[in-house]
Ligand binder design. Structure first.
Ligand SMILES: Cc1ncc(COP(=O)(O)O)c(C=O)c1O
Length: 395
């Protein structure tokens, strides 16, 4: 990877030449090609797709469907199995609200799920009488055998500490027991090769991910589902664009994917997402993965022997993808983040990263999360180590 050239693609580095951006697990930066695609929509065909017959609308419809086909190819799916959403959260809620639950149905997740893959299930506990269990990942296969869940809803990589959950035994055991598997791929699709019919994701039933965590525009996301399962989902929203016909007392839904995409969509965002996927493919997901590990190794090796720094997750950086999360006993994570910003222009996330449940259960107040992407440099990682060493001298 030619980091110098890559960084030239990101206008933020021209506007903020000293910025060290390490909040990539929340939202990544955007290259010029994505910004151009968004602008092109507003400048050249700012109309509605999928409804009208004039040429501008037809062109937009064709371009949106091309993006759908490319996104599908990117994850090894079929075009009609890709539903555009606002984000991972919406994708998971579409499944949670769309399945036909019976009281007592069981959903299993891990004990480090993001609120977006926890609270949609807890809402069903409150409203429909299902049962939800948060399980240590090492026990999840056994718990599937024991509890015979209806659905297993697990993340692939933890946004808390970057730990990877090995999915294939979970998917296999869940299917043996007749359960469905939803994977929260928000921290996976941008960082490792995901193929819903190959590798660790093989045979997954639903996969949710966000465009803004992989260089796409804000408020873009995807729900993948096996066709026969998406067909059975009761839509979260109904209305324009999802309806084939209506009378005063009834309506008929369109087939997939429109059935699950009611209302005018974020066409600019979808076009930008299409460019983001192409851009990431050009960089190469395997290169991205290796580069993140290299940066994580620099930071981990630089700070692992500092007594004041408590790393969350495994000590071995190779087991934490592109995430390095830590806390200093008795010190507010926000204070550390503000110092990193003020002293060295380093942007990191502080707080509980929407995994309050883990912080509550483990009685840790909060933490600082450093998360890398392919445009970050080894020099930035070294600078972070140096500044952190200066910060801990204060305490
Ligand atoms: C593992 C995980 N799941 C879900 C989400 C929610 O993503 P979004 O806010 O894009 O819906 C995030 C966001 O950080 C995440 O890291």
């Amino acid at each position: 990877m030619d980091l110098h050239n890559i960084r030239q693609d990101f206008p933020i580095f021209k506007n903020q030449p000293n910025l060290v951006y390490f909040d990539n697990a929340c939202m990544t930066l955007r290259p010029q090609c994505v910004i151009d695609a968004v602008r092109k929509y507003y400048e050249e065909y700012p109309v509605c797709a999928g409804r009208s017959a004039y040429r501008l609308a037809e062109k937009l419809t064709a371009d949106i469907e091309d993006v759908r086909a490319n996104v599908a190819k990117f994850i090894g799916a079929k075009k009609e199995e890709v539903v555009f959403t606002k984000n991972t959260t919406e994708a998971i809620n579409i499944v949670a609200q769309g399945l036909n639950w019976q009281e007592g149905d069981i959903v299993l997740g891990t004990d480090k799920e993001h609120n977006s893959n926890l609270t949609p299930w807890l809402k069903l506990v409150k409203e429909r009488g299902i049962k939800y269990y948060a399980i240590n990942p090492s026990e999840i296969v056994n718990k599937i055998k024991e509890l015979k869940p209806r659905l297993v809803a697990v993340q692939s990589f933890s946004n808390l500490d970057g730990t990877k959950i090995i999915l294939s035994p979970i998917i296999e055991e869940a299917h043996n027991c007749g359960a469905l598997v939803l994977v929260d791929g928000a921290q996976a699709v941008p960082h490792e090769v995901v193929d819903v019919w190959r590798n660790d994701y093989k045979d997954v039933d639903f996969l949710a991910f966000s465009g803004h965590k992989m260089c796409g525009p804000s408020g873009t996301g995807v729900l993948y589902g096996k066709r026969e399962l998406l067909e059975k989902l009761n839509p979260l929203l109904v209305g324009g664009g999802a309806i084939a016909n209506s009378k005063y007392d009834d309506y008929e839904l369109l087939p997939l994917p429109e059935k699950l995409e009611a209302g005018l969509q974020d066409y600019a965002g979808i076009l930008g997402l299409g460019e983001a996927v192409k851009y990431i493919e050009k960089i190469g997901i395997k290169n991205i993965e290796a580069h993140e590990k290299e940066l994580n190794n620099i930071v981990t090796n630089g700070l692992k022997d500092e007594e004041k720094i408590k790393i969350i997750g495994p000590a071995d950086s190779l087991l934490r993808g592109g995430i390095f999360t830590f806390y200093i006993n008795g010190v507010s994570s926000h204070e550390v983040a503000i110092m990193l910003d003020n002293m060295a222009n380093v942007a990191v996330r502080s707080g509980q990263f929407c995994v309050h449940s883990w912080f509550n259960a483990n009685e840790v107040a909060d933490a600082v999360r450093t998360s890398f992407y392919f445009y970050n440099t080894p020099e930035e990682a070294e600078k972070f180590v140096e500044v952190m060493k200066n910060i801990i001298k204060i305490y």
